[in-house]
Design a protein around this ligand. Structure first.
Ligand code: ZN
Ligand code: ZN
Length: 220
């Protein structure tokens, strides 16, 4: 793993802290990619802007506006995770995330800057072009094809270099936001589904002709 990271980051200017977090993120995510780099850097900047540490509990919240590789980088760095309930997904397809400190009731939204997008224009245009060219393929093959064309390419290397070396204030736009903090995760008792015998959280249990069942058994 260390060898893989060393090879991928060779010749690039990456700070010590960032490198360590990239290693941990790759360990979790499985590979290094542009999205992961963005997520790691966004997460680090979020912690810095709020002046907080990685979350042990629910004191910090991440609201992520896309479900790309970046989401994994953010989870690793900030400790806001799907399982803890302090990682919230908004399906808006935007490369942005809001970090919220419950203690100080402060939130910052971080997004990719227009300047960074401009620097990656060539890469983005190539994706457009490839998607157009491969448009007649079944969609599950398109992703593989695009990945094959771009992985290890000079365009990809250039994009990763931009994402790793641009200063925070150039790469991202940061602004304070006022948000209503979502409710904390709740704990529920569970009941036993009368069809499959598995335990199910009470508020997710359903009634089917008078029997208590889980959702898959209701719908199955
Ligand atoms: Zn990835
Ligand atoms: Zn069931």
């Amino acid at each position: 793993m260390e060898e893989y990271i060393a090879r991928r980051l060779k010749g690039l200017e990456v700070g010590e802290e960032e490198r360590e977090w990239l290693e941990r993120a790759v360990d979790f995510h499985g590979h290094l990619c542009g999205g992961l780099i963005i997520g790691v850097r966004m997460g680090l900047l979020g912690l810095k802007e709020l002046g907080v540490r990685r979350a042990k509990g629910e004191e910090l919240l991440a609201i992520v506006e896309n479900d790309t590789c970046a989401a994994d980088g953010i989870q690793v760095v900030t400790g806001c995770t799907f399982g803890k309930g302090n990682f919230i997904f908004r399906d808006w397809g935007k490369m942005a995330a809001t970090f919220y400190d419950r203690n100080k009731k402060r939130g910052v939204r971080i997004s990719i800057s227009p300047e960074a997008l401009e620097k990656m224009r060539e890469f983005r245009e190539m994706i457009h072009k490839l998607l157009k060219e491969k448009g007649n393929l079944p969609f599950e093959e398109v992703f593989e094809e695009v990945r094959r064309e771009l992985s290890g390419s000079n365009l990809e290397k250039k994009m990763e270099k931009t994402l790793l070396e641009m200063d925070d204030d150039k790469l991202f736009d940061v602004r304070e936001v006022e948000i209503e903090a979502p409710a904390k995760a709740r704990m529920f008792a569970s009941v036993i589904c009368e069809e499959c015998g598995e335990a199910v959280m009470e508020p997710r249990a359903r009634l089917k002709l008078g029997k208590i069942v889980c959702i898959p058994c209701l719908e199955g």
